[in-house]
Design a protein around this ligand. Structure first.
Ligand code: DGT
Ligand code: CA
Ligand code: CA
Ligand code: ZN
Length: 587
């Protein structure tokens, strides 16, 4: 087990002990130990091997033994027993916002509640509101939380679906009976939220392919299995459908099962208008619904089907019936951004605030990935829970970045770190740092982290005021949404976009798979106003660099090209753009 996994187990123990009502010092010891382990700057295995765990703050003998067991065996008997001793329904209740271990324990002790279902019934019968520490409002919030959680449960993050689909596709690709295969449905369209995974393959021996598919590892349950299709339930609760067709049918099946449904309906109507029929089996010269092979218009690829219908190719990300068909009739669609166009990320964290890697590690890692630059934009002091920096630490960090950049230059490398901040937009729209400090930084991104439940008018005013500051380059994660977790703040996004257009402020497409805002549906509007996009990782760990790829996919859904996205620029050109707004304001 690595340090993050060990930290997760330790934090889990803390929570379980709290659920059991253990003494608070004991529970806190586990939570503190988790934090210590997580922020270690050397490999945990090394510490264990050299018997140096005891030198860490707050890690006594009992904890040393447990951590050693975890690192060396990958499990911990104490944790397994602890988990088994607690009704599993109580763990499920932890996922409801506003319900911590303490409240759950009260519900269990006072009312004998052991599951989310029992909790829901108790709320409806108004048995919660009288408990100490609860009230009518809490009771209502719990009910709302339960119903939201239920609607979230059948939907999944894009990143999760991609992660689950990839090994299955890999397996299909390697099977000798598979001719072509790929994803379809919302996953191929790169939607931010996925209902189920759709896979499509062509083969002369579909039954063999289906049999092979349903015996893959990672499949928890086969829900349905026929000669040409199967539905399975994957670990993590995602459903996956596979259809196997003949290779001649593959292009029309791919078009059909990619959707969206709305896009399909418009395409089918377009075929009818031309005296043809389009369905999952092919494109036919007929005015009736048919699969008659004599009437089939032979198409080897999706491109050829579009061509037969008088259309330029429409990339899957745009197939949402949001203007793509009329546009593809007029001419070729814009060349959408590719993730390889991106040269770096302009919003990232380090160990100076709540990130997990140190500046040198980040510089080394990102340079190795072949990126050109990476901005360090740690939190500002108002985000104290994220260890935000004050002015003094920002100035220290500027010096440290300069030293790293000097070393890079001496080595003859072009890669550079950029200095920056993710400055908090305070309640009234003022910024957490004064202008003279912001002026010293390469990249200033301004984000809302507190008072997320202001009115629409208040939040809108707050963001517009931030955009008016001449030193703010980018507004970060505009709505604060966490997909399948927290609803977006109420804000008049068009009004904010208008203010950004007016002031020359860029808007972030936050590529964190839970955020993805500004939402792709609004990018065509922003683009029409001339507002530029920055696709940012909001990285807290090294692996988050991979978010660039997800973010580019979402940007494609928003019709964005390389020219619309500032972090496709090489370093010198980017620096020039970063100076533009300040110059305009005469600063
Ligand atoms: P999801 O799974 O909810 O994230 O969204 P999709 O788009 O993947 O939907 P899904 O899995 O139900 O179906 C895959 C595709 O099959 C869908 O995008 C379009 C096509 N499709 C499914 N049902 C219909 C339908 O009733 N009419 C038409 N025209 N197409 C359909
Ligand atoms: Ca689907
Ligand atoms: Ca499906
Ligand atoms: Zn943030």
């Amino acid at each position: 087990m690595n340090k993050d996994q060990v930290a997760e187990v330790l934090a889990g123990i803390g929570t379980l002990l709290e659920l059991k009502g253990e003494n608070p010092f004991k529970t806190r010891a586990y939570l503190n130990a988790a934090r210590t382990i997580e922020s270690l700057s050397e490999p945990l295995e090394k510490l264990v091997a050299e018997g140096r765990l005891g030198a860490l703050k707050g890690i006594g003998e009992a904890l040393q033994k447990k951590i050693t067991e975890l690192v060396t065996t990958g499990r911990l008997q104490y944790y397994e027993e602890l988990k088994a001793s607690i009704p599993s329904g109580l763990m499920g209740m932890l996922e409801i916002p506003g319900l911590g271990p303490k409240k759950i324990k009260t519900l269990h002790d006072e009312l004998g509640i052991e599951s989310v279902e029992q909790l829901e019934q108790a709320c409806k019968a108004r048995r919660i509101e009288g408990l100490k520490g609860f009230g009518e409002k809490t009771q209502m919030n719990i009910l709302e939380g339960i119903s939201r959680r239920r609607s979230y449960a059948s939907r999944h993050l894009l990143s999760e679906a991609l992660h689950r689909a990839e090994p299955l596709l890999e397996a299909l690709r390697s099977h000798p009976d598979v001719i072509r295969c790929g994803t379809a449905g919302s996953l191929r369209r790169h939607r931010e939220i996925i209902g189920d995974i759709d896979l499509l393959a062509s083969s002369k021996r579909p039954a063999q392919v289906i049999g092979f598919f349903t015996s893959q590892p990672g499949i928890e349950k086969v829900l349905a299995k026929g000669d040409t299709k199967a539905s399975v339930l994957l670990a993590g609760g995602i459903q996956c459908d596979l259809r196997v067709v003949s290779d001649a049918e593959f292009p029309s099946a791919l078009l059909y099962f990619t959707g969206s449904k709305e896009h399909n309906i418009a395409m089918r109507q377009r075929a009818i208008d031309r005296g043809m029929r389009l369905n999952e089996y092919g494109l036919f010269r007929s005015t009736d619904e048919t699969r008659d092979p004599k009437r089939l218009v032979k198409c080897r690829t999706e491109e050829e089907i579009f061509e037969q219908l008088g259309l330029h190719y429409i990339p899957p990300e745009l197939r949402e019936d949001m203007g793509e068909i009329p546009a593809a009739e007029k001419g070729p669609l814009p060349r959408l951004i590719e993730w390889t166009d991106l040269k770096g990320s302009l919003h990232n964290h380090s160990t100076w605030s709540d990130g997990h890697q140190r500046l040198e590690e980040i510089a080394g890692g990102m340079r190795e990935l072949g990126l050109a630059y990476w901005a360090i934009t740690d939190h500002s002091k108002a985000s104290f829970q994220a260890n935000g920096l004050d002015a003094k630490r920002v100035r220290q960090q500027i010096k440290e970045v300069a030293a790293i950049n000097a070393r890079l230059a001496a080595e003859g490398t072009d890669f550079r770190l950029l200095t920056g901040t993710e400055v908090d937009i305070l309640k009234d729209g003022a910024l957490d740092f004064p202008d003279d400090l912001l002026a010293e930084l390469d990249v200033v991104i301004a984000s809302v982290h507190q008072s997320l439940s202001q009115t629409e008018a208040e939040t809108t005013r707050r963001l517009i005021r931030a955009a008016r500051n001449p030193y703010v380059h980018i507004l970060g994660h505009l709505t604060g949404r966490l997909l399948l977790e927290r609803e977006p703040s109420k804000v008049d996004q068009r009004a904010v976009i208008d203010a950004c257009a007016e002031t020359g402020t860029w808007i972030e497409l936050n590529a964190h798979p839970k955020r993805f805002d500004l939402d792709w549906r609004l990018w065509p509007y922003a683009k029409s106003k001339g507002v530029k996009c920055a696709i940012n990782c909001d990285a807290h760990r090294f692996e988050h660099a991979g978010f660039l790829r997800l973010g580019a996919g979402i940007a494609r859904k928003g019709w964005l090209t390389r020219e619309d996205v500032v972090n496709t620029l090489p370093l010198e050109a980017l620096r020039k753009e970063l100076g533009r707004k300040r110059a305009k304001a005469g600063r």
